[in-house]
Design a protein around this ligand. Structure first.
Ligand code: SAH
Ligand code: SF4
Length: 385
């Protein structure tokens, strides 16, 4: 029934509008929404408190359309990774990472990515297409209800949610799929949906400045910005979008975001690449960039150092642990809260973008990158500028 309306495409207002078209009141939409997102129902017959007439109308015109699961891998440390089929040979991944006090789900927003970062296997794969709201939410819907069934508590009880945090850090650039992203975020935050607070939902971006402003105005959630370099010359090489939105503009957008952000800092992600962006000097330049004498003055932020997940075609290497620690030390001694991301689910390749090798390169983006090998441009020492 592929021409049926996919109810996962709607936030609550969208579902209420759809129900209204069927001649139903808003409170019916609320009931339906809760059945879908809180109880993981797919079968309208199961929705016992809905009028039979409504159930019949829905059964004839709508569905809750999950994504077909291509694979599910479970790590010995509890990490679970799903690969979902999104059609036409494309697949996207989601990863669940359990910790003592939380369960974080990492979601994809696009099949492939157009930004083309040098160290990212999704970027090497090129861009295939945007995911719909329903496809973004189908990842969350599947993960939450599968994990709940595993724990044998299909009904949500207060404080018993399996997924407590969502990060848009899987495949794709969420802010280049803004129209589908925002309703999906609304469902995550809705008390009748997943009931997550704005602090527990993080959008990660490579720096799409105009949409950082839109998100700030529409639905500010926690923001992570993938920085990866302390200067424009190197960032242009690593994150090509920097040529459009250079660091000074990006940092200014970060500062504006903080006006309404649910947290009082921006998280900067920094992928540690051996001999490329990992010197003490570069750490000092980062301190200068976000410090009082930087382009936007002091910017409240935290750094999250991510050990690079190597993939052969990148031609790049992971910084060794001692280098990561030394880099972190410079940042910490300079007064920045800095964490090093633990690698999780190593036995199932659950790290960022690791699955792209299994996915077709539809746009030959990878070939283009390999033909233009990376130039490592060492910035001059800070004192010379
Ligand atoms: N497009 C968004 C979100 C998805 S990428 C963004 O770039 O922020 C999520 C994070 O994984 C980003 O910080 C990205 O830089 C990082 N990442 C991508 N490839 C990686 C790799 N091979 N090793 C380590 N981190 C990587
Ligand atoms: Fe796209 Fe993010 Fe990968 Fe860059 S790091 S190519 S923006 S998914």
């Amino acid at each position: 029934m592929t021409d049926a309306v996919n109810l996962l495409d709607f936030d609550l207002d969208g579902l209420a509008a759809h129900c209204e078209r069927l001649g139903e009141k808003r409170f019916r939409a609320v009931q339906l929404f809760r059945w879908i997102h809180q109880r993981g129902a797919r079968d309208f017959d199961q929705m016992s408190d809905l009028a039979k007439s409504l159930r019949a109308k829905l059964a004839g015109s709508a569905e809750i359309r999950p994504l077909p699961v291509l694979s599910e891998h479970r790590s010995t440390d509890g990490t679970v990774k799903w690969l979902f089929d999104v059609g036409a040979g494309n697949a996207v991944e989601s990863v669940f990472i359990p910790e003592d006090d939380r369960g974080t789900l990492c979601l994809s927003s696009q099949a492939g990515c157009a930004v083309g970062c040098r160290f990212c296997s999704t970027g090497h794969q090129g861009f295939s297409r945007n995911l719909s709201t329903g496809e973004i939410l189908a990842q969350l819907w599947h993960a939450e209800h599968t994990l709940r069934r595993d724990l044998n508590r299909p009904e949500r009880q207060a404080g018993e949610r399996v997924i407590t945090n969502v990060v848009m850090m899987g495949m794709g650039e969420p802010l280049q799929n803004y129209g589908a992203l925002v309703p999906a975020l609304r469902v995550m935050l809705d008390d009748h949906g997943y009931g997550l607070s704005r602090r527990r939902v993080t959008v990660s971006t490579s720096g799409v400045v105009p949409f950082m402003d839109r998100l700030r105005d529409d639905l500010p959630v926690a923001l992570a910005v993938s920085l990866h370099a302390p200067d424009d010359t190197l960032r242009n090489e690593l994150v090509p979008l920097n040529r459009k939105y250079p660091l000074a503009e990006l940092l200014a957008a970060c500062k504006r975001y903080l006006d309404t952000a649910p947290r009082d800092f921006i998280t900067f992600e920094y992928c540690m690449l051996d001999g490329v962006n990992d010197s003490d000097e570069q750490a000092r330049r980062l301190l200068a960039l976000v410090g009082p004498k930087g382009p936007v003055g002091r910017l409240p932020c935290k750094f999250n150092l991510i050990p690079f997940n190597p993939f052969p075609a990148s031609g790049l290497k992971r910084s060794d642990n001692a280098r990561v620690q030394a880099f972190a030390k410079v940042l910490i001694e300079g007064g920045l809260v800095t964490t090093v991301r633990k690698t999780r689910g190593d036995d199932i390749d659950a790290a960022c973008g690791q699955l792209a090798g299994e996915v077709q390169d539809r746009t030959r983006a990878h070939e283009r990158m390999v033909r233009a090998p990376i130039r490592v441009v060492r910035p001059p020492p800070a004192s010379a500028t």
